[in-house]
Design a protein around this ligand. Structure first.
Ligand code: KG4
Ligand code: ZN
Length: 337
């Protein structure tokens, strides 16, 4: 089964062709980061226009790199939420139009279901894939959530953030430090050569027994420190980043461990943009060894937004008989059922 995936929920225009739910034939990502950097965040109207300007080119490239024509596709999967309404519409409407033109099925894919599926592309090449049920920690710019994953389309919410998402905290702190937008990856790089014990930032563990997160107190602590002492530079900047990152990572790892114990499970999937963070990957690998659970994290390119994960989740949906009509629409607040 040859499926074209389309992803346009935020600031990446992406298209990918995935064969048989296992082989990535192409994975094209056109990032709008530079366009939004001068505003310090994603401007929805600017994002919509840029998706419109690039999406056809990105799809053509994905088909060309896959060596496939549109007529050879067996179906099309496009992200239908959650995300920004204008950007979502661009990808979904193109997907519907193409599916209508080639007479093949189209499905709308939940962006979060895509992130949860990404790891199965990795482990198709490199088995074993994570078994069901498992615990998944989804850490991105919009979400910090723990799920119990029962099957390909069956999840139960275990806990989520009460305020900022982890990626949002990285981006806001990077902005306060003058490191540009989006800053998660820059903080990650600086943290590599800093001392994580230099500053004792607070570890918020709201409801010690539950599985929720909170990052707003940490962000305030960072902002207050910068307001009082000014922006750190050189070695002090690296120490600052390492200390902030350690505070985020510490909480994520503690809650993920607690979720595994509470659910009596031994397999942990970590996904979403922040799963690309080297400090988090390292700390989770250590925890896995200490606690004896198995850790599954996709390659960084499959952690951040991409259309291969959408193509895979779409392949599963089409295989179980789901079909979208021409009335298929987007939902910016779409929950994961
Ligand atoms: O999954 P994603 O690409 O988009 C959303 O669905 O939100 O996640 C983007 C988020 C941004 O906040 C970005 O700063 C963060 O992931 N991110 C990172 C790293 N790479 C991306 N955060 C920390 N360390 C990284 N290496
Ligand atoms: Zn995402």
């Amino acid at each position: 089964m040859l499926i074209l995936g389309l992803e346009s929920s935020c600031d990446e225009t992406a298209a990918s062709v995935v064969a048989d739910g296992s082989t990535i034939r192409s994975n094209v990502i056109s990032s709008q980061v530079l366009l939004h950097a001068e505003y310090g965040g994603v401007v929805p109207e600017v994002a919509s226009r840029q998706h419109l300007a690039t999406v056809v080119k990105v799809v053509r490239q994905a088909l060309a790199e896959a060596g496939a024509s549109a007529q050879e596709l067996d179906g099309i999967a496009a992200t239908c939420g959650p995300g920004l309404v204008g950007p979502l519409l661009v990808g979904l409407e193109l997907g519907k139009s193409m599916a209508y033109a080639i007479g093949k099925p189209v499905v709308g894919v939940n962006h979060l279901a895509g992130h949860l599926a990404a790891v199965y592309l990795e482990h198709a090449k490199n088995p074993p894939a994570p078994p069901f049920p498992h615990v998944a920690l989804l850490v991105s710019g919009g979400h910090t959530t723990l799920f119990r994953v029962e099957g390909r389309s069956r999840t139960a919410l275990l806990g989520s953030t009460r305020d900022d998402a982890a990626g949002e905290a990285f981006d806001k702190v990077a902005k306060l430090l003058g490191l540009g937008y989006p800053g998660g990856i820059v903080v990650d790089g600086l943290a590599e050569r800093g001392d994580a014990k230099a500053i004792a930032f607070p570890r918020a563990l709201p409801g010690r027994e539950d599985l929720d997160f909170s990052f707003s107190g940490l962000k305030t602590s960072v902002a207050t420190r910068i307001a009082v002492s000014g922006r750190p530079e050189e070695d002090a900047l690296a120490d600052f980043c390492a200390s902030f990152q350690a505070a985020v990572v510490d909480v994520l790892v503690r809650k993920a461990r607690r979720a595994l114990i509470r659910e009596g499970l031994h397999h942990l999937v970590v996904c979403g943009g922040v799963a690309a963070n080297r400090g988090l990957r390292h700390a989770l690998a250590t925890a896995a060894q200490e606690d004896g659970f198995k850790l599954y994290v996709p390659a960084p390119v499959l952690c951040t937004d991409n259309a291969a994960m959408i193509a895979l989740a779409g392949t599963w949906a089409i295989a179980r008989g789901e079909r979208g009509g021409l009335d298929l629409s987007v939902d910016p607040g779409l929950p994961l059922s």
